[in-house]
Design a protein around this ligand. Structure first.
Ligand SMILES: [Zn+2]
Length: 205
């Protein structure tokens, strides 16, 4: 007799997203970036910074963001690239439009994503934050698959680190940065995180 679908059978369809003690997410495709260094001694990871990026802006094809974060962007491939190819930047994660999760820097290390920034009167957010880039643009709706993976990733990060807040790049660098932009739906992200939390409680009960 066929058994009814259950939460556990649903869970077997995709592995649970976890972040190990080494700071690497189990399901992420790893693309190591040289643009990283050690966090200051004793720095607790308290903040998640959500970003939006696409290269050139508004284009969601190709591997240009990967190339930028690994210092392999061809400055001759597009006029815009010539202006940014020399930047030395990275983020811990990139979530592509189809929900693919890429990781460039271990969460244990400092990625170079925030630039000049401050949060609750602490400057230099790279020291104590995790940077998550969504492939997107400020005024283009982000993809459902991106909210789903971002929600799962945030849940896993909260298990591993004492996260106090989740903010946008524009929140910690106002006037200088606008991403992830008005197209990013914060209430939708909250629903994803909360829905998963409720489901887990129901599981136990
Ligand atoms: Zn940003």
């Amino acid at each position: 007799m066929p058994t009814a679908p259950t939460l556990s059978s649903a869970a077997t369809r995709r592995p649970r997203l976890t972040v190990g003690a080494n700071g690497f997410a189990n399901i992420a495709r790893q693309i190591p970036s040289p643009n990283q260094d050690a966090r200051p001694a004793g720095a607790e990871i308290a903040l998640i910074v959500v970003h939006g990026i696409s290269l050139p802006p508004g284009n969601f094809t190709g591997d240009h963001v990967e190339r930028l974060f690994t210092n392999r962007l061809d400055p001759n491939a597009h006029p815009y690239f010539a202006t940014i190819a020399a930047l030395r930047v990275s983020a811990h994660f990139l979530i592509r439009r189809d929900g693919e999760l890429l990781q460039f820097v271990s969460c244990a290390a400092r990625a170079w994503h925030a630039g000049a920034s401050s949060w609750r009167e602490r400057s230099g957010c790279n020291d104590f934050s995790i940077g998550i880039e969504l492939e997107g643009a400020d005024d283009v709706p982000y993809a459902s698959a991106q909210y789903a993976v971002l929600g799962r990733l945030i849940r896993a990060l909260r298990v591993r680190y004492p996260i106090e807040d989740i903010v946008g790049h524009s929140d910690i660098a106002p006037g200088r940065k606008t991403d992830p932009g008005p197209a990013f739906d914060w209430s939708r992200l909250r629903q994803w995180v909360e829905r998963r939390r409720r489901a887990r409680r129901g599981d136990i009960a």
